[in-house]
Design a protein around this ligand. Sequence first.
Ligand code: WT7
Length: 657
Amino acid sequence: MADASQLEADLEALLQQEWFEPPADFVRDALITDLSVHEAAERDPVGWWEEQARALDWAQPWTRGLVDDDAPFYRWFEGGKLNLSHNCLDRHVAAGLGERVALHWHGEEGEIRTITYAQLLADVERCANALKARGVGAGDVVGIYLPMIPEVVVAMLACARIGAPHNVVFGGFSAESVHERMAFSNASALITVDGARRKGRTAPVKSEVDRVMDGLTHLETILVVRHTGVACEMRDGRDLWWDEALAAAAPECPAEPFDSEHPLFILYSSGSTAKPKGIQHTTGGYLTGIAWSFKHVFDLKPETDVYFCPADVGWITGHSYIVYGPLANGATSVMYEGAPDYPNQGIWWELCERYGVTIFYTAPTAIRACMKWGAELVQEHDLSKLRLLGSVGEPINPKAWAWYWLVVGGGRCPIVDTWWQTETGQMVITTLPGAQRMKPGSAGTPLPGMRASVVDEEGREVQRDTQGLLTLDRPWPGMLRTLYREPDRYVSGYWERFGAPTYLVGDASRQDHDGYFWVIGRVDDVINVSGHRLSTAEVESALVSHPKVAEAAVVGQSDEDTGQAICAFVTLRDEVTGDDAMALDLRDHVAHRIGKLARPKRIIWAGELPKTRSGKIMRRLLKDIAEGREIGDVTTLRDPDVMGQLTQAMRGRGDED
Ligand code: WT7
């Protein structure tokens, strides 16, 4: 790869290739090298999952693998008891692995903290005791609003240890979002930080949180990690410094066994209404699903591998494959506090070289950013230890796949394109790297024990190579169990359409003649921006809460960098003009209400929105405008002139730089 034009030519050649064989060197040592595992699981899916569950430590064995009497409220490993933090920590320490590094933490300014399994266990026990001392017990929800620092891992495991379901809020969300999520989940404690660092700057966090905590009477404790040293007020009787609370706590906290179906966490994710969904996962099945998939999809050899996933723990990827999956398997991980372009755009590769990363897992949007920054930044580093690459969050375009394969993987590393969701808890569709060939752009086939189909509107399976709705056809252990305090919404959102056991995914997909699945994207009002899920309704509701906005409609629009981008059509109140300053104001407002990632990239000033005679906004037409394609059927519009005006307005739109 001497120069840019040579690289282009090499990528072009790769794009001609439909199939990629797993490299022979990889297959030689792979854990799984053929499809016999799929076949075994297919013969008896529940029995097969039970076999995988036996790899964990159970304090009491289960009596039934899967209970479906109350479907779609499925229960896995009924009667079984276990402690998740015991499985991630104590059992490894007991097996003599206490000195193994669990986390190589790397701070934004290059600080290094090396944390062994024994140290992690010690901190988790103290943190668990500190929470207990504040009256937090099994079933009490604990909010976690922390940046990518080791304390976030300690906090999650401490909650798991005492059976307190955690509710992690992504650090990029606003304090308002934290308030909303703490209120919805009735949290009794919140673990946060004095301030967070982002690209060389620090931002206050605790004081922001304080601003919105009024009215949360159930929130009795705020535990504050000292991280940036930025000043904040500590309210007597409610707020505690993390370091002081842990130092004062008793060092030993025995891991108490909980029911397999004991709630482990709630994670709020966007749905098709403005109110996020509290996706609830439980203990035994979830741990079985992520422990098995982490090990076998990433072909993990815990003695020698070093794993790096630069996502954020605030998303399901972080829960399942930064925290629980790696720790359940006794793996060594790299955890990076900073942004992918700070202190420079080569930081990920610098970290891969420094820590000898062997398995790397990121999102297509990040790969596309790296492509833009240039192959040299990758090639400057010795990445010869890398042996497996993973992708997650959105479909990967073949060009990005080819670049990832060639520039990052040097043509030696299989790529696993893993399709899954916050709801599925664990990976669902992917190839197994030593056993299956890859097709760039396709995630592959369902993992052993799982079944997926593509169906039409009536739920009939469509022909191969035909687009339809993706469904999952049988329960799996890592699946969500309900929506927190909204069981009806759980049933209506996922199961009512086709009836249990058919789970409605919400994605369009097609299965090709080789049985490989190609995921196209969401079919609901959910937008996928940089692999992050956002609801159009949530952004609309933030926009209309601005005093100068009369009405707003939000649609997703294809975007070269972020997959999809947010496009907002906004009608302002009388005598207010839509100009750049106004657009800026609206973006800030949305950032404040939800978080920076929800800021509309494009704002179009609309005198009026296209509506049906009954007053329903016709988003389909707005999408046509946003995508710049021919406008569809307008016969049901109340006022067809609106479309002409909107097309005009596209010229005066306010795009973000
Ligand atoms: C939605 C779920 C899974 C963790 C990150 C996102 C899309 C996810 C892929 C993939 C194509 C993908 C789907 C899915 N998606 N992975 N490999 N190929 N699409 O979790 O926020 O719950 O979003 O992300 O549309 O439904 P999430």
